[in-house]
Design a protein around this ligand. Structure first.
Ligand code: 13P
Length: 254
């Protein structure tokens, strides 16, 4: 089975002590993860090291950064490079979240650069894509999301693309309480897998974990994750409440 992933995206929430107690509450719920089940916590930069320490030695649990810069180093005050993340042993980075695209003007081309830097350091990008409401209403979401992949990922070769995790997050479902139906999620995920298959072949496409994000919570996770092309979720609001996120984890396919 492909990796099934429950990924928490804390965004810009929680102080250090709040975040660490959230993490510990989730860890102490003591789930036994199957060999293909993984939990990832994308925490704010200042908490990466304490969070790494909190999960160290735990099978299939990792800490992710929420972003990285698209240049290797230099005069970019306030930014964090992929080399810095590698130097503290970070294995995942969220790339191209819609909030970064919207508020920080991140382009598909810039995200291609970030992807390349991560892969060169053995860091797995959790590459986010997804359409705004106007595009969904116009019925052109497939082409829109396809273009995001095309411009940021499709320069990669087979071995590289296999290493990417893709998160489909329709913007109209983020933080709105309005989840895509499991059928809508499956439809887009199947489409994306098909697009990847037509470029890289079926075998490669079958290896890539496709996460759904947008108002996932304890009550809807297992229904959404049960879809054949949905391999888990990237979760915002519900990842900030231990009991909710534990339920999300329990919704992963086993
Ligand atoms: P919500 O789960 O709060 O809708 O956020 C989704 C998201 O943006 C995860 O990256």
């Amino acid at each position: 089975m492909r990796k099934q992933i429950a990924a928490a995206n804390w965004k810009m929430n929680k102080t250090l002590s709040e975040g660490m107690s959230l993490l510990n509450d989730i860890l102490s719920a003591n789930q036994t993860l199957g060999s293909d089940q993984h939990i990832i916590f994308a925490v704010p930069y200042p908490y990466l090291i304490p969070a790494q320490n909190a999960v160290s030695g735990q099978q299939n649990i990792a800490i992710a950064a929420q972003n990285c810069h698209h240049k290797t180093s230099g005069a970019f005050t306030g930014e964090v490079s992929v080399d810095m993340l590698e130097s503290i042993d970070i294995k995942y980075v969220v790339i191209g979240h819609s909030e970064r695209r919207e508020y920080f003007a991140e382009s598909n081309e810039m995200l291609a650069e970030k992807t390349d830097l991560c892969l060169a350091k053995g860091i797995t990008p959790i590459f986010c894509c997804g359409e705004p409401l106007s595009i969904r209403e116009a019925g052109t979401e497939n082409q829109y999301v396809e273009q995001q992949l095309n411009q940021s990922l499709f320069h990669l070769d087979n071995q590289q693309i296999e290493k990417i995790v893709i998160a489909y997050e329709p913007i109209w479902a983020i933080g709105t309480g309005k989840t895509a139906t499991s059928a809508q999620a499956q439809e887009m995920h199947a489409h994306l897998r098909q697009v990847i298959a037509s470029k890289y072949g079926h075998e490669t496409a079958e290896k890539i974990s496709l996460l759904y994000g947008g108002s996932v919570k304890g009550a809807n996770a297992s229904e959404i994750f049960s879809q054949p092309d949905v391999d888990g979720g990237l979760v915002g609001g519900a990842s900030l409440v231990a009991a909710e996120f534990v339920q999300v984890i329990n919704g992963l396919k086993s």
